[in-house]
Design a protein around this ligand. Structure first.
Ligand code: SF4
Length: 355
């Protein structure tokens, strides 16, 4: 059982982050924000996949001007991602958005940042201080020589103190480096010094395969240490994939579950069925099921039920047939042709039972 770090609560719209709230899963659209239709379509798809907060890039005025329509029609709170421009920040704050993400290091004008925070306070808009290895203040780069964990922490602590000194506390922090160890170290140090909620993730993790591994390792270590109140997995892939990976990471640590979790064996010489094909088909057919259950698809009858004892339901395949089992007990033998349909039928019944 993971004991989570005690943090104070921050609200992005109606979504609570920190304190006793479940770890919130968020993502970012990759559409042009001023293309309102595409952006809202993607937000809706992400919402369906389980995304709880969405961030949109606001690089230009036309993007800020699209925000009111996006916020009005989004099923989840919207965060505007602002870099460099206080003007775009002020414009975005007029749109009804629920949060902004600022990298104060690249605005670098304390007077303007103070004004932005005053406006956020007045409108109850949450802020994320986003410290990234790629955009650290020059002063810290000169001091540390490169964006080390200490340099990232110093930047995050300085800006947190600045926010608190001007009376603004509705904020969370993210400290992201693309190097997993640096990232873990920076978040660990920061977490030991404050109760400010942390948004965690490995930035620029890469394409699906490597990026998923890197994210799972980095985010997984932090979560295991109890660190992290909201998660964003960054992949060079459609953002829906980020949501799936985020839930898979959280589920594998027993922190949150959503939808089906498939457990399948690695196969061995006992196998008498095309297991990868069966798993792929089951995964595809169950992708819209929201019931958080574990489904085991095992390659043989000999060890399968024992190996998959923590599954809620499953198939132990054999020669031209399979045993369907539920909560560790065999319930019936089914033929190879009907085994997937029988499994789906049982799961639909379980879904119906839950309502
Ligand atoms: S479940 Fe059966 S086929 Fe799969 S790895 Fe175990 S023993 Fe081998």
């Amino acid at each position: 059982m993971i004991e989570r770090r005690k943090t104070r609560a921050v609200y992005v719209g109606n979504v609570k982050i920190g304190d006793d709230a479940p770890i919130v899963v968020q993502s970012m659209t990759d559409t042009k924000t001023h293309d309102i239709e595409s952006t809202l379509n993607q937000i809706n798809r992400l919402y369906e996949a389980g995304c709880e907060i969405i961030r949109v890039a606001v690089p230009r005025e036309e993007d800020a001007l699209a925000l009111p329509e996006i916020v009005k029609n989004s099923p989840i709170p919207v965060i505007a991602d602002i870099h460099f421009s206080p003007r775009i920040a002020f414009l975005s704050l007029e749109s009804g958005i629920h949060g902004i993400r600022l990298n104060p290091g690249n605005i670098n004008d304390e007077g303007k940042i103070r004004e932005i925070l005053q406006e956020c306070k007045r409108k109850n808009i949450a802020v994320r201080i986003g410290v990234n290895s790629g955009s650290l203040e020059q002063r810290l780069l000169d001091k540390y020589g490169y964006p080390s964990a200490q340099a990232l922490v110093e930047s995050a602590l300085n800006w947190s103190e600045f926010f608190e000194k001007v009376g603004f506390t509705n904020f969370k922090v993210s400290i992201k480096g693309s190097d997993v160890l640096e990232n873990v170290e920076a978040n660990r140090i920061f977490a030991s010094k404050t109760d400010i909620p942390l948004h965690i993730g490995i930035t620029e993790a890469g394409p699906s395969g490597k990026g998923t591994v890197k994210s799972a390792v980095g985010i997984g270590i932090l979560l295991y240490m109890g660190i992290g109140d909201t998660v964003r997995v960054s992949l060079t892939a459609p953002p829906e994939e980020e949501i799936k990976v985020a839930y898979d990471i959280l589920a594998s640590l027993g922190l949150r579950r959503r939808g089906i979790e498939i457990i399948s064996c690695p196969t061995c010489g006992r196998i008498e069925v095309d297991l990868p094909k069966v798993v792929k088909e089951v995964e595809e057919k169950l992708k819209d099921v929201k019931l958080p259950i574990k489904v085991a698809i095992m390659g043989c009858v000999v060890n399968a039920i024992g190996e998959a004892k923590e599954a809620d339901i499953g198939l132990a395949c054999g020669y031209k047939s399979a045993i369907l089992f539920k909560e560790g007990n065999p319930i019936k033998r089914v033929s190879e042709e009907e085994m997937i349909d029988e499994l789906l039928k049982e799961i639909k019944q379980m879904e119906g039972g839950v309502g």
